[in-house]
Design a protein around this ligand. Structure first.
Ligand SMILES: Cc1ncc(COP(=O)(O)O)c(C=O)c1O
Length: 299
């Protein structure tokens, strides 16, 4: 018996899954599926969810950033990138609601315009709506899927139970019109009944159908909303400016010297921006820890 270092292991859900995964990652499957070519582009909001970059890089896409504002992605900048790159923008990745890390949400007007641009420039939109159901008050914002055109569909609306129940849940869903979704279900191991989350999804079914999930979301959203108010109040007390989000997990703060939480640079494609920003997550810590942590930031 000898020990093998953990970095030499990838745990999986069965050998077929592992084999298919290997083939997929080594044969550029997305490129074939979506007729991608080296040099094709995925556009991101900057800052954005830092792990989203890896997913695009794994698909051999080039990454470009456009700024994000309080009402969502800068769509003039997106239009410009698309025009200048002459048809190479194939994906736009957005976190349209309770954005990670800024907490901003895309307005309904911008959602309509984003879909117009998607048609004009023929790109697909990956709407990462991880925080869609975590609202601190009433919201009229529906998943981006509901802005899509069935006749010329362009949106994948992606949701997850991980942010509703716990980070290890790792069960999520994709909502898209059938012609977009079909190629995903045609992937070998999923087609042959090996979707790795069948068992865990079945475990969640009763939780959802019994109404317990809805009650849980109400309780969690109320609690998160209170923590969010607390962290924002404390930040203002110590002289820091903050945008108060209407849902989600995060506040995005420009530091005045001292920093805590996640440093901003990981949220820029080239790690060349946001050095003086921090993403503060208010969902994990107790109220006492939040107060203590923010007190530490007092300049
Ligand atoms: C925007 C966003 N998408 C996705 C995830 C990860 O979701 P999952 O656990 O379902 O992979 C996170 C977690 O931080 C996130 O902030």
């Amino acid at each position: 018996m000898h020990q093998v270092p953990s970095e030499q292991h990838l745990f999986h859900q069965g050998s077929e899954t592992a084999t298919t995964l290997l083939r997929r990652t080594h044969s550029w499957p997305w490129m074939r599926l979506l007729h991608l070519k080296p040099g094709d582009i995925c556009v991101f909001e900057e800052p954005t969810y830092f792990l989203a970059f890896t997913m695009a890089r794994n698909s051999f896409l080039e990454l470009k950033g456009v700024p994000i504002m309080e009402d969502g992605m800068d769509l003039d900048a997106l239009d410009k990138v698309c025009t200048e790159s002459e048809g190479k923008v194939k994906f736009v990745y957005t976190v349209p609601i309770h954005h990670n890390p800024t907490g901003y949400s895309m307005s309904n007007e911008k959602r309509v315009r984003l879909m117009q641009l998607a048609k004009k420039h023929k790109f697909l939109v990956i709407a990462d709506e991880a925080y869609q159901l975590l609202n601190f008050g009433k919201t009229d914002m529906k998943p981006l899927f509901y802005h899509d055109d069935k006749e010329d569909p362009r949106v994948f609306s992606i949701g997850t139970f991980s942010k509703l129940i716990g980070p290890g849940t790792k069960v999520g869903w994709v909502q898209a019109h059938t012609s977009l979704l079909k190629p995903l279900t045609d992937i070998g191991f999923i087609d042959s009944g090996n979707n790795p989350v069948i068992f865990s999804s079945m475990n969640l079914l009763h939780f959802v159908e019994s109404g317990a999930l809805a009650k849980h979301i109400d309780a969690v959203s109320k609690d998160l909303g209170e923590r969010c108010q607390l962290i924002c109040r404390k930040l203002r007390e110590v002289g820091l400016e903050v945008y108060e989000p209407k849902g989600g997990y995060f506040v995005w703060v420009k530091s005045k010297g001292k920093k805590t939480g996640k440093s901003g640079e990981a949220t820029a494609i080239k790690k060349d921006k946001f050095h003086d920003y921090m993403r503060l997550c208010f969902c994990w810590l107790t109220r006492e820890q939040i107060e203590e942590g923010i007190e530490y930031l007092r300049p």
